[in-house]
Ligand binder design. Sequence first.
Ligand code: GAL
Ligand code: CA
Length: 346
Amino acid sequence: MQKVLVAGLLLLVGLVGILAWYYFDMNQEDDQIRIGVTIYQMEDPFIAQIPLYIEKIAKEHEKADGVRIYVDTVDATGNQNLQNDQVVQFLERDFDVLCVNMVDRTAAGSIIDKAKQANVPVVFFNREPVAEDMQRWDKLYYVCSLASESGVLEGNIVVDAYRAQPERWDKNGDGKLQYVLLEGEQGHQDSLIRTEVTIKTITDAGIPLEKLDGDTADWQRAQVGVMMAQWLETYGDEIELIISNNDNMALGAIDTYQEAGITELPMIVGIDAIAPALDAVEAGTLTGTVLNDAKGQAQAIFDLAYGLAQGQDPVEQHEILENRYVWIPHQPVTKENVKEIRKFLQ
Ligand code: GAL
Ligand code: CA
């Protein structure tokens, strides 16, 4: 009997808690700014930085301006249907603005239609909706960094490193760099363009390349293992250069060499400048990377969202806005400037 009473009491306390939560959620103060953020996959170490920066910037703003800002970040775990539901929930809960990192960048249409119906602006970032979708409404924005720019900078790192020590990298002395390629997700705007531009930059500088092999590892460090081990077995020392579409996969390649006990690594380059990659640059295992400025992107996303939530027209507020697109510049990262980059990201 006593047990039943205790259980009943606990149930009641739980119910009251849920009701209270709903009550407060529905009766949020009118002056509170509500920003809903949905991330394609929080397991991705580059993208995971962005909501952290947004929340930090929001807190600083709250302090400085005395406004109340509520940022709610949810993880779509690589599931587009789940992300669509998350958007519906944000709209039902009266969020003022949405920041969306699409799971499937070609599937933005239904999210846009729902947001438009509720008159809630959307700031997309990092995974670019197709142009026709961006045209569906004038309260849609996109924040990212230009893939081609990151390719030029990644290519230039290879060119500079090669010119400084040609004998070190061109191990077989044939005047060419034999390379393997680690590609990001197929269909992602960054994968194809980075690959193309990085390679063109190197060959345009007069350094001939010879591709030994290449494949996609979907941006993921763990997915590199099996494929890199296979290439190492097949080509061994013939691999003089590893071009990776991002740092995470470049780190996966370094893992493979280290597991094989090989200390003399080929030239390896990545893009993003995530923390473990900066460590690898300092350690000399990663020749260089390119800062994909998560902090700058978060600032632009926040500024747009904050203004939009207050009904401002960002076109008048933001000099950096190019026809509803914002492009945040990259920076090359090598041993020479890695310390400055760390400071920049703080
Ligand atoms: C790219 C980044 C990758 C991955 C991807 C996710 O810009 O370089 O590492 O995070 O975005 O969309
Ligand atoms: Ca060679």
